[in-house]
Design a protein around this ligand. Structure first.
Ligand SMILES: Cc1cc2nc3c(=O)[nH]c(=O)nc-3n(C[C@H](O)[C@H](O)[C@H](O)COP(=O)(O)O)c2cc1C
Length: 212
């Protein structure tokens, strides 16, 4: 990778990472969603499920703004309070950048899209990287636990639709452990967040008629 994205190599040096991907729909409305990413050579790989808006938007515009942050609250906001997410102008592509505690913005264009049964493997070419205000956060177990809880919460609908009881049970256990961690060492803000994720998870499970 050339000088362009040296910081990207640094930020994504541990394999699979989490990001927030901002895309726009055909009328220019932004949509942000947490998405896993991995840097392979000079490309960033992403695997959105085919039923996500992120995938639909990428298919139509073929541009993605990656917001790199470690702040669990921002992940939570994009999932559940999208109206609270504030945007700023991008430099080259159409999707805007998220304002707030973001470390690095990576403007990407789609290189290739490969379809699998329920997800697409999207290879992104970073064309512009620049720093944001920054997460400015010391390592926090509660912060990491909230991100874990969010990941496992978002897996539930798929497992429920497949009737995968064992999978649901495993996710439930991780959600419970994450919740306990946050209630032990988290701030009031993160406690509220994790209780909301916990309630939403229980509701999904209950509404599917599942009891353990
Ligand atoms: C940290 C984190 C990483 C995630 N990574 C992915 C991913 O790689 N692919 C995916 O399809 N969904 C992923 N999700 C779930 C999506 O963010 C979630 O389904 C979201 O609602 C999709 O939003 P959209 O329909 O607006 O695109 C992830 C969730 C979290 C919390």
């Amino acid at each position: 990778m050339g000088n362009l994205c040296r910081s990207l190599e640094r930020y994504l040096r541990y394999g699979h990472h989490e990001s927030i991907a901002t895309t726009v729909d055909s009328s220019g409305r932004p949509n942000s969603a947490p998405m896993g990413i991995e840097l392979i050579g000079d490309k960033v790989l992403m695997k959105p499920y085919l039923n996500t808006r992120t995938y639909a938007n990428i298919l139509s515009l073929r541009e993605v703004m990656l917001n790199i942050t470690t702040d669990a609250f921002l992940f939570y906001q994009t999932l559940f309070n999208s109206e609270e997410v504030r945007y700023g102008s991008p430099k080259i592509i159409k999707p805007p950048r998220i304002l707030g505690s973001v470390d690095l913005y990576v403007e990407c264009v789609v290189d290739t899209i490969t379809h699998y049964e329920d997800f697409a493997l999207i290879s992104l070419r970073p064309i512009c990287c620049y720093r944001g205000r920054g997460s400015r956060l010391a390592y926090s177990r509660a912060n990491s636990a909230v991100i874990e809880a969010l990941i496992h919460y978002t897996k539930l609908p798929h497992l429920i639709s497949k009737g995968d009881l064992e999978g649901i049970r495993r996710r439930y256990a991780v959600l419970e452990a994450s919740r306990n961690m946050v209630l032990k060492v988290g701030s009031d803000t993160l406690k509220k967040v994790v209780e909301d994720v916990w309630d939403r998870s229980l509701r999904l499970i209950r509404e599917a008629g599942i009891t353990f």
